[in-house]
Design a protein around this ligand. Structure first.
Ligand code: ADP
Ligand code: NI
Length: 221
């Protein structure tokens, strides 16, 4: 079986699972991470097939989506077992997927170049214009406020606090999004993060200006 066919079948499988997700993990997130991942893999000399497969499957293994990490990893293993692939290649895909998630900064770091590339691609999709949009989608999905100035920013959190503690979309920038550029592994991803990071900072400045009703008299002229 050709690699392209394995990819096409995996796309269909992932689409069928994530199609109706409205928490920021829809099919188009997967597609962006896959495309970014393949480009990073080329730049970094990583195995493009392993990266593409791991990117496609990374959220199937997400506990938020399938209930638990164990169930998720089992689904991934069962899916990969359907295809003729070397054991080493299959294990590399599983290894890369197992370390993707952020978990409030409590996840294990990736051990392989492919794992680093997939995590970087997933993190790039959490910053910049797309990252901003996803944070507000997620906050709406969880019933969080857009912003609450009375709530303090949590500096350190356990995985449980990260998932369930009180937060707002704006707080999420300080609790995660603004930290991501310094947590990237590959040089190529770090370069792509620069503009995305600046865009978030600019967004926050404008957000507070509008929130506080600060009007510059020159705006009336
Ligand atoms: P991870 O799996 O890496 O921990 P998530 O899957 O929780 O990340 O995040 C999915 C998307 O939702 C990301 O874009 C993330 O920034 C956003 N998100 C996660 N938690 C929050 C939150 N408390 N408020 C706003 N956005 C969030
Ligand atoms: Ni993801």
């Amino acid at each position: 079986m050709r690699k392209e066919q394995i990819i096409r079948e995996t796309e269909q499988y992932v689409k069928s699972i994530l199609e109706r997700d409205s928490s920021g993990h829809d099919w188009w997130h997967i597609d962006r991470v896959r495309r970014l991942g393949c480009q990073l893999a080329q730049q970094e000399g990583a195995n493009v097939f392993v990266v593409e497969m791991a990117a496609l499957l990374h959220d199937v293994a997400d506990e938020k989506i399938v209930g638990s990490e164990e169930i998720g990893m089992r689904l991934v293993r069962e899916w990969l077992a359907r295809f003729p692939m070397g054991t080493e290649e299959r294990e590399s895909v599983i290894e890369a997927i197992s370390t993707v998630s952020y978990k409030g900064g409590n996840g294990k770091p990736p051990r392989t170049l492919e794992g680093k590339v997939v995590q970087d691609a997933d993190r790039l999709d959490a910053i910049g214009a797309i990252g901003i949009a996803r944070a507000f989608m997620y906050a709406g999905h969880r019933g969080h406020l857009m912003y609450d100035p009375a709530l303090s920013v949590r500096e350190t959190m356990t995985k449980e606090e990260y998932r369930h503690g009180p937060s707002t979309a704006i707080h999420h920038f300080y609790e995660k999004l603004l930290k991501l550029k310094d947590l990237l592994h590959t040089e190529s991803a770090k370069m792509l993060a620069v503009r995305r990071h600046q865009f978030m900072e600019q967004f926050l400045r404008q957000f507070y200006q509008e929130w506080n009703g600060n009007v510059d008299p020159s705006d009336f002229t």
